[in-house]
Design a binder for this molecule. Structure first.
Ligand code: ATP
Ligand code: MG
Length: 266
């Protein structure tokens, strides 16, 4: 069943078009990858999906309810269904890890302070940070910060998790550990996951489906699971990214698309 449907989304900053014609669906319990080169608009797309930034055009619907035309009360209810791990982990530096993880639980009126703390400790256990509950973010390694951000995102057990480059900057062992954690959280809670990643092993290991955004044409150029795209995509940019083949020649940023009659460069 479709949990999230994105239909003909257009993303721009002022006059600058970032992406147009972005459409995809995320089914319940699946892991969906947003792929594409640096600066193509992946983080911006996540901001449109989680209600932080309205798109220039198009629909973002949760269980058939269009987020951006819903009233504020409806939007706030829809937001309780998301958990988000930002690219930078975005932990509050003046709060301990435990306090950071307790924050989203404060929206849950049915839990008192003791229950919130117990739940936060339980989630920290899942991500193997129970012993670091009273540490501050500055005292944790990059991988631990990402795991703390993940704990905060899953604390309320939302049906949909958004993860922006969860394993970027981590060594291969920490990165694999984070992938395994995402899979085990999906197993445990049945949530769907939308994640942005450049890490090929992560993409192949955990994503069931995905979309590839292209910075040159400013539109999606492929849909499918990363491993299917690696094996079957024909677009040279997708092949360069997923199959490590020779990339197409670079064009300067914002240069007009060359006419199709243009002779190939020598
Ligand atoms: N608030 C903003 N105002 C104007 N332009 C912005 C803003 N945020 C992002 N951009 C521009 O939009 C484009 C897409 O940015 P975005 O951060 O979404 O890319 P990305 O695909 O997440 O890149 P990366 O892989 O490096 O994280 C970039 O060219 C960026 O400079
Ligand atoms: Mg980004």
């Amino acid at each position: 069943m479709t949990l999230l449907a994105v239909d003909d989304l257009e993303m721009r900053f002022g006059d600058r078009l970032i992406q147009t014609g972005v459409s995809f669906k995320v089914e319940r319990g699946t892991i969906f990858a947003i792929m594409g080169g640096s600066g193509c608009g992946k983080s911006t797309l996540l901001r449109h999906l989680v209600g932080l930034l309205p798109p220039a055009k198009g629909r973002v619907a949760y269980n058939g309810v269009d987020y951006w035309t819903a009233d504020e009360a409806e939007q706030s209810v829809l937001r309780t269904g998301f958990g988000m791990l930002f690219q930078s982990a975005a932990l509050w530096s003046s709060m301990t890890i435990l306090e950071n993880v307790c924050l989203p639980l404060e929206q849950q009126a049915k839990l008192d302070e003791k229950q919130r703390e117990a739940r936060a400790r339980e989630v920290l256990e899942w991500v193997d940070l129970a012993k670091f509950a009273d540490f501050y973010p500055a005292d944790l390694s990059g991988g631990m910060k990402k795991r703390a951000g993940l704990a905060r995102a899953i604390a309320t057990e939302p049906p949909l998790l958004f993860l922006d480059e969860p394993s970027a900057g981590l060594d291969p062992i920490s990165s694999k550990r984070l992938d395994d954690l995402v899979l085990s959280i999906r197993e445990r809670t049945g949530c769907a996951v939308v994640f942005v990643s450049h890490e090929l092993p992560s993409l192949f290991a955990i994503a069931d489906d995905g979309i590839f955004l292209d910075a040159d044409s400013k539109s999606p150029i492929a849909h499918g699971s990363p491993s299917a795209l690696r094996d079957r995509a024909t677009h040279p940019t997708v092949r360069a990214f997923l199959a490590r083949e020779e990339p197409p020649p670079a064009r300067p940023a914002d240069a007009p698309t060359p006419p199709s009659t243009a002779r190939p460069e020598p």
